[in-house]
Design a protein around this ligand. Structure first.
Ligand code: MN
Length: 319
């Protein structure tokens, strides 16, 4: 059992019902699965809650349809207690929560500015699953969704920790599913617009060589995370994609292991220098900035400095 689960249990049971459960903007499978799991927990404790999902990713919307989950896309949270799920950065909220009575975040990303319980697990769903299991809750639908959340946020278990797999094993038993069933739940061919965004970014990308490492940068009007992930699959060690007012980055595992540098080091250093907010994990992070192109230059300079500080000697080249 994760040491924070007991505290999470206590903190959310002290909120005032009805509790509005709100995931981050463009909520992914892990975010909505965690939200449904939290509602199941509150239900079993007789605490009224509302799933408020104003902004969903396509895979999350499909999963909610498949499981016939009821949620609202429009609500007034003035003077209400809000449970923010899968983010602790106010810049990732899908709406202004300044009129809420209390805002409490349940998250597993570093770098956020909101108060809450911040886990260090690869998925938030595994932490929420432990909360339900702690109270012996039986809810097959919630467990199936949470298994999907674990699978999705660990990129098909690639990023799982040993404890993730222990929790997933129990989740599968409780949901009566196999790993193949979960993989099918989250398998999703990207939409035409997402595939077009990826392909357009391939046409416009810039390749930078930092000695033995490759950094790829591009601009994309949408799906920046998907584009960045594609660059890593194509051979980039670091991918930086500029959106309208943000920079989304991915790093290969190999780069992090070899250099000991990850995106939390890089983005926390750069965000201080340029006055931006950021959130994310070692291998996947995002930064909110007014000028994303300038921010990418700052990230490239910082990366060069960090690599040289580790003893790598090279002259930067661009292709
Ligand atoms: Mn997550």
């Amino acid at each position: 059992m994760h040491p924070l689960v007991g505290e999470l249990r206590q903190r959310i049971l002290s909120l005032r019902p009805p509790i509005f459960i709100v995931p981050h903007v463009n909520a992914d499978v892990d975010a909505v699965a965690s939200a449904v799991g939290l509602q199941s927990f509150l239900d079993r404790h007789g605490v009224e809650s509302v799933l408020f999902f104003p902004s969903l990713s396509a895979p999350a919307a499909k999963l909610l349809r498949d499981f016939a989950v009821d949620y609202t896309t429009n609500a007034d949270v003035s003077d209400k207690d809000v449970l923010v799920v899968d983010t602790s950065s106010s810049s990732m909220l899908p709406m202004d929560l300044s009129a809420a009575r209390r805002v409490f975040a349940v998250d597993h990303h570093r770098g956020g500015d909101l108060n809450g319980c911040i886990f260090d697990t690869p998925s938030l769903s595994e932490a929420v699953a432990e909360l339900l299991m702690m109270d012996g809750i039986r809810d097959r639908r919630a467990y199936a969704l949470l298994a999907a959340g674990v699978y999705a946020d660990t990129a098909g278990l690639v990023a799982a920790q040993p404890s993730t797999l222990v929790t997933l094993g129990r989740l599968l038993e409780l949901a009566g599913m196999g790993v193949g069933d979960v993989a099918r739940l989250v398998s999703h061919r990207p939409s035409v617009s997402e595939r077009i965004a990826r392909l357009k970014a391939l046409r416009k990308m810039e390749i930078h060589r930092f000695g033995e490492f490759i950094v790829v940068t591009a601009r994309s009007g949408a799906y920046e995370g998907s584009v960045a992930w594609l660059f890593v699959l194509a051979g980039a060690d670091v991918a930086l994609v500029a959106g309208e007012n943000r920079v989304i980055a991915r790093m290969s595992d190999e780069f992090m292991i070899r250099t000991g540098i990850d995106l939390t080091d890089l983005f926390s250093a750069v965000s201080v220098k340029i006055g931006a907010s950021w959130g994310g994990h070692p291998g996947a992070a995002g930064m909110h900035v007014a000028d994303p192109i300038a921010a990418i230059s700052a990230v490239l300079s910082e990366l060069e400095k960090l690599l040289q500080g580790k003893g790598y000697r090279f002259v930067r080249k661009s292709y």
